[in-house]
Design a protein around this ligand. Structure first.
Ligand SMILES: NC(=O)c1ccc[n+]([C@@H]2O[C@H](COP(=O)([O-])OP(=O)(O)OC[C@H]3O[C@@H](n4cnc5c(N)ncnc54)[C@H](O)[C@@H]3O)[C@@H](O)[C@H]2O)c1
Length: 263
């Protein structure tokens, strides 16, 4: 998916350092995750991805195969289940080879009212939006260390920087990801493992279009962004590719914002 008025796909960067690498993407069946899987595969990366959406995963794998790129490996796993997630990462490493790129992407931005949030709901929101980032990194790091380095990309959100309401637990989790990025970048730097946080603005995925992107919301986005085009999944994927590639070798511990200049 590319924004209207943007240059043709063939004009964008190719990263030779990514060819034949192995990547793992959580929540890769649909939305931004699917764009990351397809974009990495188009660079010659062998990609494994976890999700609970099996039909979406199959459709994506077929689409990538038909485009002539390495078919991604789907490992069904609910990322709230740490054993299943870590088992999925191990399965990808055993099948495709040592993982040098990890994209922690899965999330659920279900709206919730502060007055109605229970402790159980809160814990659930942390499990689906925050906790799995840490445990995926914990599983992937020994392999990256053995390889002599790696690149970890965590997905944050513009919502932790703007005046959004109606998703307080999600926003808290997204803000936490930024802190996790900083401390783990420091901890893992001596192993040449880079940890960065990509912060998308409001991205027009199918889910956003269907659930939340009303004409009023579209108008608000226009007002908030410096650039008037909507941010598309491909715009965010290009940032992820650059952070995964050797081109960003000396960049770690940072936030990379792709939001059309949200103010
Ligand atoms: N779309 C946006 O506007 C936007 C804005 C800011 C940040 N982000 C961030 O970008 C990332 C991707 O967002 P998106 O809009 O593509 O999300 P999405 O909801 O469209 O897709 C998320 C994917 O994760 C999967 N998933 C959900 N729960 C899961 C679970 N328990 N186990 C395994 N897989 C699960 C879903 O099936 C889906 O394939 C998220 O981290 C999100 O917070 C998105």
């Amino acid at each position: 998916m590319t924004a209207p008025g943007t240059v043709p796909q063939a004009s964008y960067a190719v990263y030779p350092s990514l060819r034949d690498k192995v990547a793992f993407v959580s929540g890769g069946s649909t939305g931004l995750g699917a764009e990351f899987v397809a974009s990495l595969a188009a660079q010659g990366v062998r990609v494994g991805f976890a999700d609970i959406d099996e039909p979406g995963a199959k459709a994506l794998a077929a689409q990538v195969r038909e485009q002539g790129h390495p078919e991604p490996l789907f490992v069904p796993a609910d990322i709230r289940d740490v054993d299943a997630l870590q088992g999925g990462i191990r399965q990808v490493a055993e099948t495709l080879g040592p993982i040098s790129v990890l994209v922690n992407n899965a999330a659920n931005d279900q709206r919730h009212d502060s007055a109605e949030v229970t402790p159980a709901y809160w814990d659930e929101a942390m499990a689906v939006n925050l906790r799995h980032h840490f445990f995926a990194i914990q599983e992937a790091v020994p392999g990256m260390r053995a390889l002599g380095g790696g690149s970890i990309v965590n997905l944050g959100s513009v919502s932790a920087h703007a005046d959004f309401t109606g998703i307080p637990a999600y926003i808290t989790a997204k803000a936490g990801i930024e802190g996790m990025t900083r401390t783990l970048a420091r901890e893992l730097g001596p192993d040449r493992i880079r940890v960065n946080c990509v912060i998308p603005g409001w991205v027009l995925t199918e889910r956003q279009r269907t659930l939340w992107f009303t004409p009023e919301a579209a108008e608000n986005v226009k007002q908030a962004q410096c650039l008037e085009d909507n941010v598309m999944p491909a715009d965010v994927a290009r940032m992820v590719l650059w952070l995964a590639a050797a081109d960003s070798a000396m960049c770690t511990g940072q936030k990379w914002v792709v939001d059309g200049g949200w103010m």
